[in-house]
Design a protein around this ligand. Structure first.
Ligand SMILES: [Zn+2]
Ligand SMILES: [Zn+2]
Length: 339
């Protein structure tokens, strides 16, 4: 009898231990108009985009609170609303591998990203379509990466993540043509969860593509009251036709999709279904002191809110995630904004 009890206890312990580690959490961070997705699977982390530079402090803090190591950091394409906060991720924790569709791009955010990656010895890599990476028990497949695309959005690295019987498709800002290319390439794209392309814009999400993915839930990352009109009403109509439940960061805050390998369930920062909070609400402080901008010419650095930054030529800008970083790089504080 005692032996039977011991065996039962052992089995119970095993069950508890396994259920504690065997899961995948996907956080669609509320970074306003932009994208930042964090996938934590069986304790391993992947960050797909870091939001705009204005949300650097928020992304930095969030990443540090949730993990101490990022295995894959994906810069889906070089637009600022996706890679502006990537330097903050590289500043927050060690990162193994940085995936980008291009190794060169002329922008302050891209420069900062490469500089921080070099500094910590992160390997920078341009993936190929069909590449597969393991993240815990999940399989991450690159279904699109087009460095030669004539629009930056179509360069996007798109990923399909499968975990047990559950799957998720992250479309970044890929547009129509990329969707057709993905369909043409014959990748398995049917997924329970779809991160809708290009913030729900009408440039993406054809009905043909959505029908193939046939998601049960769709997540749209966009800023409240954004001037682009994202998400587009036609895209929302398509999703409704497919009976897809829509989660939006502009109205719901950060959205979290949990998978146990068999099904997904959702939690949102603002009360919709559960009313539970998946993370501390952004206190707005990030807007006050989000990051610093240096001027290559004058060797002065400023708070991002300093009027000098708006007057500065794009080519002279250099972004720093912290004050120390700017000082270490030989930049002096501006006398006007006193960073
Ligand atoms: Zn975007
Ligand atoms: Zn874009």
């Amino acid at each position: 009898m005692k032996r039977l009890c011991q065996i039962l206890c052992f089995c119970l312990l095993l069950l508890i231990t396994c259920s504690a580690c065997a899961d995948m959490d996907v956080y669609f961070l509320n970074v306003g108009q932009g994208d930042a997705t964090v996938v934590i699977c069986d304790g391993e982390a992947m960050v797909v985009d870091g939001g705009p530079a204005a949300k650097s402090s928020f992304v930095y803090r969030w990443v540090r609170e949730h993990t101490d190591f990022v295995r894959y950091l994906v810069a889906t394409h070089p637009h600022e609303d996706h890679i502006g906060g990537i330097a903050a991720v590289l500043n927050a924790v060690p990162v193994d591998l940085l995936l980008t569709p291009v190794e060169k791009y002329a922008s302050p955010s891209f420069d900062a990203m490469i500089r921080y990656a070099d500094r910590q010895g992160t390997v920078v890599m341009v993936p190929e379509e069909g590449d597969v990476f393991a993240l815990g028990g999940a399989e991450v497949t690159v279904v699109h990466c087009w460095p030669e695309a004539w629009t930056v959005n179509d360069m996007c690295i798109c990923l399909r993540i499968s975990y047990g019987d559950t799957s998720l498709l992250l479309m970044a800002d890929a547009e129509y043509i990329s969707e057709y290319m993905i369909l043409d390439a014959g990748f398995e794209i049917r997924s329970q969860v779809l991160k809708v392309g290009h913030h729900g814009s009408s440039t993406s999400s054809t009905m043909t593509f959505l029908r193939e993915v046939h998601p049960e839930a769709a997540v749209i990352s966009c800023g409240a009251g954004n001037t682009y009109g994202h998400p587009d009403s036609m895209v929302l109509e398509y999703l409704e036709k497919l009976d897809t439940k829509v989660y939006r960061t502009d109205t719901m805050g950060t959205v979290c999709a949990h998978s146990n390998g068999s099904w997904f369930w959702f939690e949102t920062e603002k009360d919709t279904d559960t009313g539970r909070s998946v993370m501390p609400v952004d206190d707005g402080k990030t807007e006050e002191k989000p990051y610093y901008v240096g001027n290559r010419n004058t060797k002065k650095f400023h708070k991002s809110s300093c009027p000098s930054v708006t007057e500065m030529k794009e080519k002279n800008k250099v972004v720093f995630a912290s004050r120390d970083e700017a000082v270490d790089s030989g930049y002096a504080p501006c006398g006007r904004c006193r960073p």
